[in-house]
Design a protein. Structure first.
Lengths: 179, 198
């Protein structure tokens, strides 16, 4: 069960670096894959732990996918956290840096616009699928689905509402109401 | 299609709207603060408010150009915007300063939270509270996704592609890459045949 630390770090890179280049529509797009790899393939966390780490990562500020830092930390300490974070972010960051230098030059061209418009609906679909994957990974079941649906409606109605308030409300609600 | 070669060589930092006086340390510290205070995800929104509206380091048109570029590339949106803004301000060093600034705070904070969780994970109440918080964040994700699906008047075709993607990846749980390889060329091809007119 216990591999060498080097092998573990390599496994983290092998899992997260490709996902970096597959996360069209943002990191939520690969959430399903992250859950699958972490829970079922590598057994780095249980479903319960994964759900908790996810919530923890969202309670922290900054870009949403600090979840990978927590997964890396769980399997290989601070070195694992650093490795997983860099593996998830560096490839995408380098790609956007390189492509932007060329991309701006072709603004207004027909293919530029076609690629942009063609990918947008698929990106939205992947983003939504990421949300569904998170729901499925939640061991608490239907109360979470109900609360998530309620939050969705509230945020669609009042988009400017600070999500932190809803996070707090959700935490308090589930602390008080037994599920 | 042909553009002057000089145009291709010119660096983006010479385009417009960039404030050349912003130093690396300043970039790092501003992004450090941003990263450490932007709760609830949606980093791109926080960046817009601070970098464009408050500081005026990047103008609105530039920001939107960066957003649309980010849309067609993989990666977390906040990370992509951070790289592009840093790059525009100070080239590759600016991008690095911005990126490490953005990630440093959340990284330390999330590990601290993780350490606390490891000590408290036996407490059932904590799990309930985390479930409740997670439900709210999932709601935020779904609301954002639904809004993105309706953005830029996608029409029936666009909505259909969104729905098929959700069905294949979100409901049937097919792996994402093959779905993307089939759907993306189709969707781009249809967009190509219908140039934006009105």
């Amino acid at each position: 069960m216990r591999e060498g630390i080097g092998a573990t770090l390599l496994a983290l890179i092998a899992v997260f670096a490709p996902l970096s280049l597959l996360s069209f529509g943002g990191s939520n797009a690969v959430m399903a894959d992250i859950a699958q790899q972490t829970i079922n393939i590598h057994h780095w966390t249980t479903e319960r732990e994964f759900a908790d780490l996810f919530a923890l990562s969202r309670a922290a500020p900054g870009p949403g996918s600090m979840l990978t830092a927590l997964i890396g930390w769980k399997v290989a300490g601070v070195a694992g956290a650093l490795t997983a974070t860099l593996a998830l972010y560096a490839p995408g960051a380098i790609l956007v840096f390189a492509v932007s230098r060329v991309w701006y030059r072709w603004r207004g061209s027909r293919w530029h616009s076609a690629v942009e418009r063609g990918l947008a609906p698929i990106a939205a679909g992947l983003f939504l699928s990421g949300g569904l994957a998170l729901l499925r990974a939640e061991p608490a079941g239907w109360p979470v689905w109900a609360a998530a649906a309620l939050t969705t409606v509230v945020l669609l109605r009042w988009p400017k509402l600070n999500p932190l308030l809803l996070l707090l409300a959700g935490a308090l609600l589930f602390a008080v109401v037994p599920v | 299609m042909a553009r002057p070669v000089a145009d291709l060589i010119a660096t983006p930092s010479g385009v417009s709207g960039a404030d050349a006086s912003v130093g690396l340390w300043r970039i790092f510290s501003v992004f450090l603060r941003l990263g450490s205070t932007s709760f609830g995800g949606g980093t791109a929104g926080w960046l817009h408010r601070d970098i464009v509206l408050r500081r005026g380091w990047i103008d609105e048109a530039d920001f939107i150009r960066m957003l649309s570029l980010g849309q067609v590339l993989p990666g977390a949106n906040g990370i992509k915007m951070t790289v592009l803004i840093g790059q525009r301000l100070r080239g590759v060093l600016g991008a690095l300063a911005a990126l490490f600034g953005l990630l440093a705070g959340p990284f330390v904070i999330v590990l601290a939270l993780g350490a606390i969780y490891a000590r408290l994970s036996g407490i059932a109440l904590l799990h309930h509270m985390l479930d409740g918080a997670a439900a709210a964040v999932i709601g935020l994700t779904l609301a954002t996704g639904l809004r993105a699906a309706g953005q830029g008047s996608p029409g029936a075709t666009g909505l259909a592609f969104t729905a098929v993607t959700v069905f294949c990846v979100g409901v049937l749980r097919w792996p994402m890459l093959p779905v993307l390889v089939v759907l993306a060329p189709l969707s781009i091809g249809l967009a190509w045949r219908q140039p934006r007119s009105g």
